[in-house]
Design a protein around this ligand. Structure first.
Ligand SMILES: NC(N)=O
Length: 221
């Protein structure tokens, strides 16, 4: 059941990445955050109720709320136009907790591939903290790319592999993911630097351009 939710996590991360890259209007993205946020609160609740007395299942399910609440929080923030610092500092909490879940996957649950995936999520939620909590908008484009790529690599593809029975040899998958993450997320840094969208405040002669930028820029930063 967790894999079904994870599939749609892939979609919401992809959409959020596209929003940060200025491709999707923030309020349109907000609605899908509400869908997936609700799904990722219902899913662990059902898993916990269905698995009483199974600590490993409950441990696995407990982490899903970190993300369900993130997506609900983002969706409501974007629709209401609220300040992003709450989501930003909640993301710091998620980034720290994700290190604990990475450890649990490596040491307690015997799933090194998901250990690495939790490290990816810790990194991404730390970027959300820097972007939304500390408001360092210069990493918007970098964060957009990392978010969209993680949607596929940490969620949609693993979920589909689990659902189809191809999620095997998790030691090998862990090594591939670790190398991929290091190469791509370091390589993206110089490629995305200095290529942020123009500043939000347009000059008086730029009204039409400024209005267009404003429509497409995520207002959660
Ligand atoms: N599991 C996540 N990142 O929603």
């Amino acid at each position: 059941m967790g894999a079904v939710g994870l599939l749609y996590v892939g979609a919401v991360l992809f959409l959020n990445g596209m929003m940060l890259l200025g491709k999707v209007e923030p309020r349109a993205t907000a609605i899908f955050n509400l869908f997936v946020g609700a799904l990722q609160v219902v899913t662990p609740t059902v898993l916990i109720i269905a698995n009483p007395g199974r600590p490993a299942e409950i441990l696995g399910a407990s982490g899903i709320y970190l993300f369900g609440f993130t997506y609900l929080y983002v969706g409501i923030n974007l629709l209401g136009g609220f300040d992003s610092t709450g989501v930003g500092y909640f993301s710091l909490f998620v980034a720290i907790m994700a290190l604990g879940y990475a450890y649990a996957n490596f040491q307690l649950l015997g799933d090194p591939a998901f250990g690495v995936i939790w490290l990816y999520w810790s990194y991404l939620w730390f970027l959300f903290f820097v972007l939304l909590g500390l408001k360092h908008e210069q990493i918007t484009r970098y964060t957009g790319w990392v978010t969209a790529i993680q949607g596929w690599v940490t969620a949609a593809i693993p979920a589909f592999m689990i659902l189809t029975g191809y999620w095997q040899n998790t030691n090998l998958i862990a090594v591939i993911l670790a190398v991929f993450g290091l190469v791509v997320f370091i390589g993206l840094w110089p490629l995305t630097r200095g290529r942020e969208p123009a500043a939000a405040a347009p000059s008086p002669g730029d009204e039409a351009v400024g209005a267009r930028e404003h429509r497409h820029r995520p207002r959660w930063t």
